[in-house]
Design a binder for this molecule. Structure first.
Ligand code: FES
Length: 93
């Protein structure tokens, strides 16, 4: 296992038309909010990417080497928090 202390972990969201039509835009907002809320700005590099060629399984995101399919507003935050081993605080927003 390799550790990259100075490198940011990439978070990519597919901005292809299929994923976009399935709600990628709202996921961008939620991901940005989560990055801010948990002060991950120094740890991650969040950007959009073109089609992942997995359109039927979208919306798709990638964190590090892992691709997550069928991401939605209900599960995106916990996907990110789980990846970074962050325990969600009792925040009800
Ligand atoms: S549009 Fe997202 S995988 Fe193709």
């Amino acid at each position: 296992m390799t550790e990259k202390n100075n490198d940011k972990i990439p978070i990519y969201i597919c901005m292809g038309s299929s994923c976009f039509s399935k709600g990628a835009r709202i996921l961008v907002e939620i991901i940005n909010n989560t990055i801010e809320q948990y002060q991950l700005q120094d740890k991650v590099d969040f950007r959009g990417k073109r089609c992942f060629d997995r359109c039927a399984d979208g919306p798709n995101i990638q964190i590090g080497d892992q691709i997550y399919n069928r991401v939605n507003p209900e599960n995106i935050k916990s996907i990110i928090l789980n990846y970074f081993s962050i325990h969600e605080s009792a925040n009800t927003d």
